[in-house]
Design a protein around this ligand. Structure first.
Ligand SMILES: *Cc1c(COP(=O)(O)O)cnc(C)c1O
Length: 493
């Protein structure tokens, strides 16, 4: 697998790089990112051969087919992390809701969101590469909720990696915050900041451009890497479960090998959808990839009308916060794959300069051959949660947005597979409000209320959080972040 740059090459870096190199240093020329060259297709025969394979066997066969430069032993150990999911034999259950509607539950990992699907193996591989190169890496992340817990969980006690994670104090759910501040390991630092997610992200950016900070990193012999969803080391693991979901439908005799299915994906930064895009490019029979959004419906507008428009838009806080994003970084890889580097650089430049770009008619047509889109309001999402619960299914508000896209007349008669991205437990207050019209204002009360209504236990990994000691009590003003992180790095070095 070879990667090239989405905005072309500026002559100062290598134009073609390996998987491991794209994973260690994900930033490319002109502010672009690395994208794979055309990959060898996968045919029905390959799928047929893996009809009875376990998740890990299938994943390994796909990764070997793609020829990434990671040794087999490391890949085995990375994939063994799926054994820590609820059911080691079935880490991604595919559940039938009705004749034409299925859910691929991607949240059965340690932090109860789909981020674990990729971050679990990614963390092991990054640490392995760092050790092989005898290099120390620092991962800096700002999180609005789900990436932080999943990144901390995967890098905990991993050799040659340190993580500093910023979160907006008061801007996450209680469960998400506890998942971070109770992660106790010497190589992890979690810092709450006074402000919202944008403030956290801005603080991170200014840190990355701070001269004193970078100089000190050099003295400490620390290199920076990134664990955000722009890193292809995450995207690759988000392709694999689409093959698994498809084969599960064949095994359950819902479709025959070769039949098309429609995928529905609750989207934010477009990483999950991009994995599906590559799976489709490889030959998986996906009729359409349907992008579900909340009120921040930039992607809906882009897919339906070809205009990516950030003007006159402010970020709206919704009940599906992991999708509260306006600039979806991974869209760039679709532009590059379909229209090439010159056009991509031009379009991204327009977006930076004017806050918008408009695709030509032929370009729009190509996008709409592959994607469809719609957005779902918080109110309607709550209604879908209520309806699903009355039929015995509990789901979270991100997953609920896909019930809108599934209703479309275009897809009603097709086989629809929804990617469920979080367990209800991470957003219990919203779920409790939907099914009990309750006004519980803490996660703990809402968890108890929903569990009682559903006649189930609160999952142990969540219930335990409320009794764990707080390892990271620090909440600071933005100006104090640099000093906090440096003192952590110096103490640890
Ligand atoms: C991250 C996340 C999303 C959005 O996924 P993208 O890959 O950023 O599009 C959706 N739902 C949940 C619960 C998430 O954590």
């Amino acid at each position: 697998m070879i990667f090239t740059e989405t905005r072309g090459n500026d002559g100062t870096r290598e134009a073609r790089v390996s998987f491991s190199s794209a994973l260690l240093s994900p930033i490319a020329s002109y502010g672009g990112i690395y994208s794979p060259e055309p990959m060898p297709p996968i045919d029905t025969e390959f799928l047929g051969r893996h009809l009875q394979s376990s998740y890990k066997e299938l994943a390994l066969a796909l990764l070997e087919h793609l020829k990434i430069d990671i040794d087999t032993e490391t890949l085995h150990r990375a994939l063994d992390l799926y054994d820590r999911f609820d059911d080691a034999n079935d880490p991604v259950p595919v559940v039938k809701l009705d004749e034409k509607l299925f859910v691929s539950e991607l949240y059965h990992g340690p932090t109860r969101a789909f981020k674990d699907m990729a971050l679990q193996p990614f963390g092991l591989i990054l640490s392995e590469l760092a050790q092989q190169q005898d290099q120390q890496y620092l991962i800096l992340t700002a999180t609005s909720g789900d990436t932080g817990p999943a990144a901390l969980e995967t890098f905990r006690n991993r050799a040659n990696i340190r993580v500093a994670c910023l979160y907006p104090d008061g801007g996450t759910s209680d469960v998400q915050r506890l998942q971070m501040v109770t992660e106790d390991a010497d190589n992890l630092k979690v810092i709450g900041i006074h402000g919202n997610f944008d403030d956290a992200q801005a603080a991170l950016k200014s840190l990355l451009s701070s001269q004193t900070f970078n100089q000190r990193l050099g003295e400490l012999k620390l290199s920076l890497s990134a664990a955000n969803s722009v890193n292809f080391g995450r995207i690759i693991f988000q392709m694999l479960y689409q093959f698994h979901g498809y084969l599960a439908l064949v095994r359950q005799q819902q479709i025959e090998l070769g039949d098309p299915v429609v995928l529905h994906i609750p989207s934010g930064n477009f990483g999950n959808a991009l994995g599906a895009y590559y799976a489709r490019s490889l030959g998986l029979p996906i009729a359409k990839i349907v992008i579900a959004s909340n009120a921040n419906n930039v992607l809906t507008e882009w897919i339906q009308g070809g205009c990516y428009d950030l003007r006159k838009r402010d970020l709206i806080a919704t009940t599906s916060p992991a999708m509260d994003i306006l600039k979806s970084s991974n869209v760039e890889r679709v532009l590059f794959d379909l229209f090439g580097a010159t056009r991509t650089r031009d379009l991204m430049q327009q977006l930076d300069d004017r806050g918008s770009y408009q695709l030509a008619a032929e370009e729009q047509e190509r996008i709409r051959e592959i994607f469809a889109a719609d957005s779902c309001s918080d109110e309607l999402g709550k209604e879908y949660i209520r309806q699903a619960f009355s039929r015995g299914y509990l789901m979270d508000p991100h997953t609920a947005t896909c019930f809108k896209t599934c209703q479309s007349a275009d897809f009603k008669d097709q086989v629809n597979l929804i990617c469920s991205t979080a367990e209800w437990t991470k957003f219990a207050v919203v779920v409790d409000d939907a099914i009990n019209a309750s006004e519980a204002d803490s996660d703990q009360a809402a968890l108890a209320s929903v569990a009682a209504s559903a006649g189930i236990e609160i999952p142990q990994v969540i219930a335990q959080l409320f009794n764990k000691p707080i390892a990271h009590p620090v909440v600071v003003e933005k100006q104090a972040i640099e000093a906090e992180i440096l003192s952590f790095l110096e103490a640890e070095g």
